[in-house]
Design a binder for this molecule. Structure first.
Ligand SMILES: Cc1cc2nc3c(=O)[nH]c(=O)nc-3n(C[C@H](O)[C@H](O)[C@H](O)COP(=O)(O)OP(=O)(O)OC[C@H]3O[C@@H](n4cnc5c(N)ncnc54)[C@H](O)[C@@H]3O)c2cc1C
Length: 278
């Protein structure tokens, strides 16, 4: 039998987490699947539960002069409706799951779950997001790529929560987002591509390219992005992308499909961007 707590505030939550293990339950859309073991979900959900969705301290979207701050309980639907956030950040969230799930699924839950198919992760990686983790003794701030170590693996300690996500503000000139799945709504990605860029007249000055749901962790080749700006050599970038793909065939797709389609789409987008498209 599972017990549950509903802490009054974050301090009470952190005190409880310091004493014993709890499954932190935000929207529950990943946790409930784990409990039911649908579709061969790999992990059990067998520990006591700490409900957090009522904690206002962990909710809201804010803006400072240089960052967007997304508190962990912000839902996917709230991301898409925000007056503060730019379109490049809203679009990927509008394509996750379905309306019912988006209304309860949290951004923090997607990140902490660290699924290979977690659609927010490539987006946050491309945007150099930082995560603020908190326990009763203090807090630490990590780059998202330091936080995620593999499929369902993060460096979060059992007594820590994700409090918020900090996204540096950049005035990008354009973006591309493509998510491919077996059908349109409520489907896990076979692959996703997120690109944001800046241009000075026709010259590319910044580009970030993240490919999700292919490898265990999204692919972002930061050095190759710099080379692409210097050399404009799309073929070189695509060769490096091929070498970075190490996915296996699985029930979502094959390695060959992911490699061929991601290269084809990235080529199309880079050609559009470099030839003056917005
Ligand atoms: C029908 C369906 C469709 C879906 N489609 C998509 C999709 O298209 N794209 C996609 O990426 N995902 C999809 N998902 C997965 C899921 O909806 C998302 O990953 C969602 O964002 C998880 O958020 P949650 O609040 O429900 O997380 P929960 O299930 O509450 O938590 C997930 C994990 O994170 C931990 N956790 C949550 N918040 C915190 C916190 N603040 N601090 C510490 N630990 C925390 C929990 O303990 C748990 O381990 C889908 C799920 C369903 C059921």
């Amino acid at each position: 039998m599972l017990n549950h707590i509903r802490p009054k505030n974050v301090t009470e939550l952190l005190e409880a987490l310091d004493k014993q293990y709890y499954h932190v339950f935000a929207g529950g859309t990943d946790l409930m699947i784990r409990k039911r073991q649908w579709q061969g979900a790999e992990r059990k959900f067998d520990k006591d539960i700490a409900f957090i969705s009522h904690l206002d301290e962990l909710n809201g979207i804010e803006e400072t002069t240089d960052s967007y701050i997304i508190k962990t309980l912000v839902t996917q639907a709230e991301m898409t409706k925000s007056d503060i956030l730019p379109e490049y950040l809203k679009t990927p969230f509008s394509q996750m799951a379905n309306i019912a799930i988006r209304n309860i699924a949290t951004v923090g839950g997607n990140v902490v779950n660290a699924a290979t198919v977690g659609d927010s992760i490539p987006v946050l990686m491309a945007l150099d997001a930082k995560l603020v983790l908190k326990n009763i003794y203090g807090e630490r701030t990590l780059e998202i790529d330091e936080f995620i170590q593999g499929k369902y693996k993060t460096v979060k300690k059992d007594n820590e929560i994700l409090e918020k996500i900090i996204i540096p503000k950049v005035e990008f000139d354009g973006y591309r987002y493509k998510k491919l799945g077996q059908r349109k709504a409520g489907i896990l990605s076979k692959l996703s591509i997120f690109i944001v860029y800046k241009k000075d007249n026709d010259d590319l000055t910044d580009i970030r390219i993240a490919i999700g749901a292919v490898n265990e962790i999204p692919i972002r080749l930061k050095e190759e992005e710099k080379k692409l700006i210097e050399t404009k050599d799309i073929n070189r970038y695509l060769d490096k992308l091929s070498s970075a793909i190490n996915s296996k065939d699985d029930n979502r797709s094959t390695k060959n499909y992911r490699e061929q389609i991601s290269k084809r789409l990235v080529r199309k987008y880079l050609e559009e961007i470099m030839q003056g498209g917005i």
